[in-house]
Design a protein around this ligand. Structure first.
Ligand SMILES: NC(=O)c1ccc[n+]([C@@H]2O[C@H](COP(=O)([O-])OP(=O)(O)OC[C@H]3O[C@@H](n4cnc5c(N)ncnc54)[C@H](O)[C@@H]3O)[C@@H](O)[C@H]2O)c1
Length: 356
């Protein structure tokens, strides 16, 4: 990737450490600075990556040598920190969820547009070759009319994940925006929409069963997609010892099933295509560990997203996962919580709020 390297600063150095690694691995990108108000974490990362450290976000934003701010702080402050970055003229890479409140996402969208900066979002599943191949097959009509698309996330998190030194914001409504569905499950919900398009209406249930937290640790939802397909999703952090995400899809001409990154079943297109897909994506499940450990997330998807941000800036185009797409999963989760709280079916567009 020719041209001057695009310089990144990362704020929030828990999962943010993965961002630092991903930026270092990304062609055309350079990690220039890190920032965390927790001075112990900051000092460790400054030493590890050999870059400038800031314990104050405003100082990071004032650094004229930074082109992009990667925001990896608690989910409830994402939009506010993004708005500050946009006002400082910085491009943004935003961790999932974009924020937990659609009204704040609306404000972020306006700030990004007003500043003329890019905002690319993290949903690393969208960079996964199997998910991309399934999306292409569905879009080409190989599954026929999409009838059903279903997701399961049987993950486990111990109480220490919530009670440890960086745990208190997790599983709270104010900072995590919910529990297993907003935090862990949002990737699964985004993937269902990546494959089958936007969701129109939802109903659902949630409760807290096995953790001392405010929000839910198990949620279930029924989804009606804009194209008429029906779906279900369950998310939990209670399923000992934690297993891979599973997705089922079927339509008028075929079906698929995947577990984690492995294609279990693919009945679409001709025999050659089925064999090719199974040879490429079938096989033995290798559990990357994220089902049990929040930090066991592979950096590859993040690296591709950083490289995409570099190209988006150079080519002056939208990032691959723009705010306009990443926000939908948040809207769906908020609609499920609202549906469960009211016992009614909720139109997702009503939760999204006026964007005008
Ligand atoms: N893409 C993924 O698979 C994935 C995986 C894990 C976490 N995440 C997301 O990453 C985000 C962070 O999660 P985490 O587990 O790393 O949380 P964490 O609590 O471990 O880390 C957040 C860090 O941000 C710092 N921080 C907060 N506000 C700050 C400010 N104003 N200035 C400087 N530093 C500030 C805190 O001190 C803390 O060190 C969340 O939004 C979470 O959903 C994504």
């Amino acid at each position: 990737m020719a041209g001057k390297a695009i310089r990144f600063g990362v704020v929030g150095l828990g999962m943010g450490e993965h961002h630092c690694v991903a930026i270092n691995n990304a062609r055309g990108a350079t990690l220039a600075a890190v920032c965390d108000k927790h001075t112990g974490r900051l000092a460790e990362r400054v030493k590890k990556f050999g870059v400038t450290g800031y314990d104050n976000y405003d100082d990071l934003l004032r650094d004229p040598d930074i082109d992009v701010i990667s925001i990896v702080t608690e989910s409830g402050v994402h939009a506010d920190m993004g708005i500050a970055a946009a006002k400082a003229g910085k491009h943004i890479v935003m961790e999932k969820p974009v924020d937990i409140a659609p009204t704040r996402i609306n404000k972020l969208e306006k700030a990004v547009a007003a500043a003329g900066v890019k905002c690319g979002c993290i949903f690393q599943s969208r960079m996964n070759p199997l998910n991309i191949a399934l999306k292409k097959a569905i879009e080409k009509g190989k599954m026929g009319r999409v009838i059903g698309i279903h997701g399961a996330l049987p993950w486990f998190r111990g109480q220490e994940y919530f009670s440890g030194p960086f745990g208190p914001w997790r599983g709270t409504w104010a900072m995590d925006g919910g529990g297993s569905m907003m935090n862990q499950g949002i990737h699964t919900i985004d993937l269902l929409t990546f494959l089958a398009g936007p969701v129109k209406r939802v109903c659902g249930f949630y409760d807290v069963f096995d953790h001392d937290i405010e929000a839910e640790d198990h949620a279930v939802a029924c989804l009606q997609f804009a194209n008429g397909a029906l779906g279900t999703v369950f998310t939990t952090t209670c399923a000992r010892p934690g297993g891979p995400q599973a997705i089922y899809g079927f339509g008028s001409k075929g079906s698929f099933r995947k577990e984690g990154d492995v294609l279990v079943h693919f009945e679409m297109g001709g025999k050659t295509e089925r064999t090719r897909m199974m040879e490429k994506f079938g096989g033995k499940q290798v559990d990357g560990g994220a089902s049990k450990d929040a930090m066991a997330v592979a950096a590859d998807g993040h690296t591709l997203i950083m490289e995409d941000m570099v190209r988006a800036i150079r080519q002056n185009r939208e990032p691959a996962i723009p705010l306009s797409q990443a926000r939908h999963a948040v809207e769906i989760v908020c609609a499920v919580y609202k549906a469960a709280g009211t016992g009614r079916t909720i139109e997702v567009a009503r939760v999204a709020g006026a964007r005008g």
